[in-house]
Design a protein around this ligand. Structure first.
Ligand SMILES: Cc1ncc(COP(=O)(O)O)c(C=O)c1O
Length: 280
């Protein structure tokens, strides 16, 4: 069998070992006599699959205990609305700042504008010259030293890897140095999650559609600092309220069980490769 390299965006290559294991277990998971697709999401077999997936993901990224790991649906695009609906109302703040680094940050910004007072902290929309080199619009990242962050913003959103423009915010900015030590960072890591360790210290939340780096489409990996939950706007759908999802161990409704199972196999594969340090 010849397998092409897939450098395209969208769903990407999965490790062959993972696909082969999923194929071998397709009709009978671990002697259960059923496919993972057919299992009750509240039964003992699936609970084990889910719990191991979360534990392995926590190990891979050294997720601190004060963060919930949520397996959600709707992709990163849904988070563009779910994030402001959950976080913008904290302490009645009603405002959030966004770094415009390209296509995906722009989409997040546009969606968030429906939920509160949203401002641009920095933008890469114009040409610039850095170190004598000319960069076109959306081909560079504004220097964090120049970002304008409101001290009373509920959060600062950035896209850690602009999948289309190809620019990566590899190191998270120091919010204290930006004059906004209490503003949590929210990072869309859809296309660089699990490629390097994450420093959670300034982060309030991280989200990533699984389909690029972690498994099939259908599950969104979501990490939310616990103290930021419980402030959802009144019109936030119950199923998208982080506090509800966390309270129900990501089973507020039927989760995307098969996608979580395959992502779990990828997490185990990543651990066998040496984890995110080896990926980096
Ligand atoms: C950085 C980034 N954010 C968001 C998205 C949208 O993700 P989804 O299709 O899971 O909604 C993508 C998809 O390519 C992306 O690369």
């Amino acid at each position: 069998m010849s397998r092409p390299w897939n450098f395209a965006a969208g769903p990407s290559t999965l490790p062959l070992e993972v696909l082969q294991q999923a194929a071998a277990e397709m009709c009978d998971w671990n002697g259960s006599g059923t496919s993972v697709m057919e299992m009750s999401h509240r039964g003992k077999h699936y609970s084990r699959i889910r719990d191991e997936a979360e534990a392995d993901l926590r190990t891979l990224l050294a997720v601190p205990d004060d963060f919930e790991v949520l397996f959600m649906q709707g992709g990163a695009s849904a988070q563009n609305a779910i994030v402001p609906m959950n976080l913008i109302g904290r302490a009645g703040l009603g405002r959030a700042d966004y770094v415009l680094s390209g296509h995906w940050a722009g989409k997040s910004f546009k969606e968030a504008a429906r939920y509160g007072d949203i401002a641009v902290a920095a933008t890469a929309e114009s040409e610039t010259v850095i170190g004598g080199h000319r960069f076109g619009p959306w081909c560079w990242l504004p220097d964090p030293a120049e970002w304008r962050v409101r001290r009373d913003a509920a959060y600062l959103h950035l896209c850690a890897n602009e999948t289309i423009g190809g620019v990566e915010q590899a190191v998270m900015p120091d919010m204290a140095a930006l004059g906004a030590p209490d503003v949590p960072l929210v990072a869309d890591m859809s296309s660089n999650i699990l490629t390097r360790p994450i420093d959670f210290s300034g982060l309030g939340m991280v989200y990533a559609g699984a389909q690029k780096n972690a498994g099939p489409a259908g599950v969104t990996l979501t990490f939310v600092r616990k103290d930021l939950m419980g402030h959802a706007l009144p019109h936030c759908p119950s199923v998208f309220d982080y506090a509800n999802v966390a309270g129900a161990q990501s089973m507020f409704n039927t989760p995307p069980t098969y996608a979580i199972y395959v992502a779990g196999l990828v997490f185990k594969w990543l651990l066998r490769q040496g984890g995110v340090a080896a990926m980096d």
